[in-house]
Write a protein that binds this ligand. Structure first.
Ligand SMILES: [Mn+2]
Length: 467
C-alpha cells in the first residue's frame, strides 16, 4: 500500500508517521510555511497547489494508493478531494473531519473519519482507567499491609464470585496462603465444581468463627445482608448487586449497572497493569458469561468491553470443559425419562420431575423444553429436600416470567426472576396447605392450570410487537 498524506497539520503528520505508517511507503504533500520555506512531511515529498488536479497527476501512479486528506480548513480539504477526484479517481480517499462539516463530500471510494472516533474513545478509556487506578490504590491501602486477607464469597459461590476473588488476589499480589478464598457453604453446581477443579482454584469452607483468623476481610460479589449478620463491617466490598444500606466498609465499589463483579476486577487489572494469566482470564470470562447469560441479560457496555478484552487470553478448551461438565449416566437416564413426560398445552411445555438429587436439572430441563416445537413458555418442577422448586422460561417477548411466578407463588414461597427466566421455591408444607396434596398428579394439575391462567390473561402478542 502507498499513502499520500495531504495535510497542512503538523500534529497529524507526526501522528501518522510515528505510529502506523512507519513501515509503509509514504508520499506527503509539501506545503509552504509562512516564511516561504518548504514544509516537508514524512516520506518523499511532492509539491503543488492541493486544490489543483495537476498536483496529483504524476505522483506514484498505480491503483493501490490511499490518500489521507486533512486540512485545518475544511474548505481546503474539500478542494483537495475535488482535485484528487478529477485527476486520480482510482485513488482511495480517507478524510479526517470534525463533526459533520464535510458531510457533503461524497465519492465512491471515500470514507470520512472524525477525530472523535479516532481518539475520543481511546481518550475516554484512559481517563476511566485513571479513575479505576485510584480505586485499586485505595483497595491496596486497606488490604496491602495486613498479614492475611479473607476473600469472602456467598455460600455456594458462583463463577463470578470465584473469578473476582482470584483477580483481587492477583491485584494484591498475594497467594493462597495470605489471601485464601473462603465461603460458609461449598460449591454445588456441577459447572462450578468443574471450574474449581479444572482451573485449580482452592476454596475453603469455613465457619463464621474462623474469620477471627484473618486480619482483613474482603467481600466479593456479595454484601453483608446476604451473609445474615455474620460480617457487619467488612474492610472491602466489591459487588454489582444493588447497594445495600446498614453496614460500613472502609472501601466499597458497588456498580449495580454492571452485569458481573468480574468486569469490575478486569478493569482493576487493566488500570493497574496487572498481568492476567490464562487461568485468571478464563475464570473472569466465565464469570461474566455466566452472570450475564452470555451477554444476554443485564449487560453493560463495560461487560462487553471486558469480555472482548479477555477473550483472546482464554483457554477455550478448558472453558468448554467447564461449561459442559461430565454428566453421570444416571442423570442422563433421568433426563430421558423426564423428556418423555413433557406436556405441551396451549404453548406451555411443562414437566414435573418428582424428587431430584440435583436442583440444577430443573432449570436445565426448563431450558430444553422451551425448544420444543410450539412451546412459547416452559416450566419444570421438582422436589428438592422439603421444597418444590419451579423453573420457568419464555421465548422472551411475553409477559415477564418473574411477574408470572410472583403472581402464582408469591404468597406461598419465594418467587421472582427476569423477563425470560424465573424461579420459585415453595415449601412443601405451604403447598399442601394451599392445594391439599403434594402428590405428582396434584402438583402437575395445579401448575398447568395456574400457569395457563396467568399467561393467557395477557393478550397474545402480535407479530409486529415481537422482537
Ligand atoms: Mn455476580
Amino acid at each position: 500500500m502507498i499513502y499520500l498524506l495531504v495535510s497542512d497539520d503538523s500534529l497529524f503528520h507526526r501522528m501518522v508517521s510515528e505510529t502506523f505508517l512507519q513501515e509503509e511507503e509514504v508520499w506527503s504533500w509539501a506545503g509552504r510555511k509562512k516564511n516561504g520555506e518548504a514544509w516537508p512531511g514524512p516520506g518523499a515529498a511532492f509539491y503543488g497547489d492541493p486544490g489543483d488536479p495537476e498536483t496529483f497527476r504524476g505522483v506514484v501512479p498505480g491503483r493501490d494508493v490511499v490518500a489521507v486528506v486533512c486540512f485545518k480548513d475544511p474548505q481546503r480539504t474539500a478542494q483537495a478531494v475535488d482535485a484528487l477526484s478529477s485527476s486520480r479517481p482510482e485513488v482511495k480517499v480517507l478524510v479526517t473531519t470534525t463533526n459533520g462539516e464535510l458531510d457533503h463530500l461524497v465519492r465512491e471510494n471515500l470514507r470520512k473519519v472524525s477525530w472523535a472516533d479516532m481518539v475520543g474513545d481511546r481518550l475516554e478509556a484512559e481517563i476511566a482507567r485513571l479513575r479505576t487506578l485510584e480505586r485499586v490504590q485505595a483497595v491496596r491501602d486497606v488490604l496491602g499491609a495486613a498479614e492475611n486477607v479473607a476473600l469472602v464469597l456467598q455460600p455456594d459461590p458462583d463463577p463470578d464470585g470465584i473469578a473476582s476473588a482470584l483477580a483481587l488476589r492477583q491485584v494484591l499480589r498475594r497467594n493462597r496462603a495470605t489471601a485464601p478464598i473462603v465461603t460458609f457453604g461449598g460449591v454445588t453446581r456441577p459447572e462450578n465444581v468443574a471450574m474449581l477443579s479444572l482451573l485449580e482454584i482452592d476454596l475453603e469452607v469455613i465457619r463464621p468463627a474462623d474469620l477471627l483468623r484473618f486480619e482483613r476481610v474482603a467481600l466479593l460479589d456479595v454484601q453483608p445482608n446476604v451473609l445474615k449478620g455474620v460480617i457487619e463491617s467488612p474492610d472491602v466490598v466489591i459487588d454489582h448487586h444493588p447497594e445495600q444500606k446498614g453496614y460500613s466498609a472502609r472501601f466499597r465499589d458497588i456498580r449495580s449497572s454492571y452485569g458481573a463483579t468480574s468486569t469490575i476486577l478486569t478493569e482493576y487489572c487493566l488500570a493497574a497493569e496487572v498481568v492476567i494469566p490464562q487461568r485468571l482470564a478464563t475464570a473472569l470470562l466465565y464469570g461474566i458469561k455466566s452472570d450475564t447469560l452470555f451477554l444476554d441479560r443485564e449487560t453493560s457496555k463495560a461487560d462487553i468491553l471486558a469480555f472482548s478484552y479477555l477473550y483472546p487470553h482464554v483457554n477455550t478448551n478448558l472453558l468448554r470443559r467447564i461449561e459442559k461438565p461430565e454428566l453421570p449416566r444416571s442423570a442422563l437416564r433421568a433426563f430421558g425419562r423426564a423428556l418423555r413426560e413433557v406436556d405441551l398445552t396451549h404453548g406451555l411445555a411443562y414437566v414435573h420431575l418428582g424428587t431430584v438429587e440435583r436442583e440444577d436439572v430443573i432449570p436445565q430441563l426448563a431450558e430444553l423444553s422451551l425448544q420444543l416445537e410450539g412451546a412459547e413458555w416452559s416450566a419444570a418442577s421438582g422436589l428438592v429436600g422439603d421444597n418444590l422448586v419451579v423453573s420457568v422460561r419464555n421465548a422472551g417477548y411475553q409477559k415477564a416470567a418473574g411477574t408470572v411466578v410472583k403472581a402464582l407463588f408469591g404468597d406461598v414461597g419465594s418467587a421472582g426472576g427476569h423477563q425470560a427466566m424465573a424461579k420459585a421455591v415453595i415449601p412443601l408444607k405451604a403447598f399442601r396447605k394451599k392445594y391439599g396434596s403434594t402428590r405428582s398428579g396434584r402438583i402437575k394439575a395445579v401448575m398447568i392450570k395456574g400457569f395457563l391462567e396467568e399467561i393467557e390473561c395477557v393478550p397474545t402478542s402480535s407479530a409486529s410487537s415481537r422482537r
